[in-house]
Design a protein around this ligand. Structure first.
Ligand code: AMP
Ligand code: GLY
Length: 440
């Protein structure tokens, strides 16, 4: 197949890596892979095209020109901007929802409305339009306080704090940020105040063609910047899969109670959801609750999930794009474990320093079971690789179990040299030690 992947991150590199490695199977034909705009790592596996990922007309024109069989839109911004719609209108199968359906991620208030209509269990929430309403909601729920910017904020719009003043300050900052709808019209900022959910978090990616739901293997993500879940929320500092501690039947429960009713509700509204519904869950003392929906694969969880997928990813995504996912059946998995550690630039998730040289990737990939995916990298004038974003690399390791995958991942991280970089040292540590406890 000829496939165009849209995006620049390690998630897109993971997708391209999975597609490229389908050719390792006996008798398989290699795909012709393209990326827009991609990154230097993706460039080792696919042809890069310097096209703005948020420009639907440009992406559709490129896909038409290349004559691709499938377009995969990785990140949320192009989805919310309608890149999927533009490609679909050009008559090309696309894996990724319409702008209307991507509102499940683009607006937390919209997601709450769909969850209520579909009877999906989630945190109680108040949608507020000024700081006085936030103060009232905060006092009604009590600490810890959960304050969310309604719009897209790259994982950084959420503050969870015991400090009432900090909660109100975050809300005030959200209200002070000008907003625009997908069509460019100005919008009033909104803030969602939620009930606090205890218990471990799970990310479950559910592929859908608008009607059928096929779950991937569950993963766990580490959102806070520093070890022991200290520091601010980030886009994600590491992940692992599978979850040895997950209760039996969790995936079935989430498909039955969350994903399928949500997909059905979106279809009922005339805005069917095609792509990955990312279900972020908390396993609380009062049962399984949705923390958030996203309209795409999670980053960095995808890096650990896709490396374990044995069913060809291209077949799954094309079937979803063409409305024939029911033909695919349950997915097959390698029965090993994977750990992903994100190497972040100096200053992330605050103001990051760009331009630091990156070396040691080849040495890192010499560690058994390891591959390194690029996110915030670019080529300097002399051709050397430099950091150019917050999350710079994802180091992905597979091993017989989480303990082995962890050892390999950190041995590889130690071989990478990036001045000023930081990473968490406790990714999957509790799970590997059998120390994750379910709220009871
Ligand atoms: P979100 O962008 O909604 O996923 O929120 C980012 C992170 O904030 C989540 O992954 C959780 O770690 C945390 N969080 C969000 N909502 C809640 C909640 N209601 N209770 C506790 N933690 C939350
Ligand atoms: N890992 C969190 C996200 O992709 O939103």
């Amino acid at each position: 197949m000829k496939i165009l992947v849209v995006g620049t991150g390690a998630r897109e590199h993971a997708i391209v890596h999975a597609l490229a490695h389908e050719a390792d199977r006996p008798g398989a034909e290699p795909h012709e892979l393209h990326a827009a705009p991609g990154n230097p790592g993706i460039g080792g596996l696919a042809t890069l095209h310097a096209v703005d990922q948020n420009d639907g007309a440009a992406v559709a024109a490129l896909a038409t020109h290349l004559g691709v069989d499938l377009v995969v839109v990785g990140p949320e911004a192009p989805l919310v901007a309608g890149v999927g719609d533009a490609v679909r209108e050009a008559g090309i199968p696309v894996f990724g929802p319409s702008a209307e359906a991507a509102r499940l991620e683009g607006s937390k208030a919209f997601a709450k409305d769909v969850m209520a209509a579909a009877s999906v269990p989630t945190a109680l929430a108040h949608v507020c339009t000024d700081v006085d309403q936030v103060a009232a909601a905060v006092d009604a729920f009590g600490a810890p306080y959960v304050i969310k910017d309604d719009g897209l904020a790259a994982g950084k719009g959420v503050v969870v704090t015991e400090d009432r003043q900090a909660a109100l300050e975050h809300a005030a900052a959200c209200f002070a940020t000008p907003r625009r709808a997908a069509d460019g019209t100005p919008e009033d900022p909104r803030v969602v105040v939620e009930e606090y959910l205890d218990g471990p978090e799970v990310s479950l990616f559910c592929v859908s063609d608008g009607a059928t739901v096929v779950p991937l293997a569950p993963a766990q993500d580490f959102k806070r910047a520093f070890d022991a879940d200290a520091g601010p929320n980030t886009g994600g500092m590491g992940a692992y899969s599978p979850l040895p501690w997950a209760p039996e039947g969790l995936v079935d429960e989430v498909v039955t109670r969350v994903a399928q009713p949500t997909i059905d509700e979106m279809a009922r509204r005339g805005t069917p959801f095609v792509g990955v519904l990312y279900v972020g869950l908390a396993l609380t003392s009062r049962g399984t609750r949705v923390v958030e929906f996203n309209a795409r694969f999670g980053d960095p969880e995808t890096q650990s999930v896709l490396t374990r997928l044995a069913t060809p990813l291209s077949a799954v995504m094309l079937a979803a794009a063409q409305g024939r996912l029911a033909e695919i059946g349950a997915l097959r998995w390698h029965d090993d474990a994977s750990v992903t550690v994100v190497v972040a630039a100096h200053g992330y998730p605050g103001a990051v320093r760009g331009g630091d040289p990156i070396t040691g990737i080849d040495a890192a990939e010499d560690v058994e079971g390891v591959h390194v995916l690029h996110a915030g990298t670019s080529r300097a004038d002399d051709g050397g690789l430099v950091a150019s974003g917050g999350r710079v690399l994802s180091v992905v390791a597979r091993g017989a179990d989480l303990a082995e995958a962890r050892r390999r991942a950190y041995a590889a991280v130690d071989r990478i040299v990036l001045p000023g970089s930081h990473h968490r040292t406790d990714i999957a540590a509790k799970a590997a030690a059998g120390d994750v406890t379910l709220a009871g």
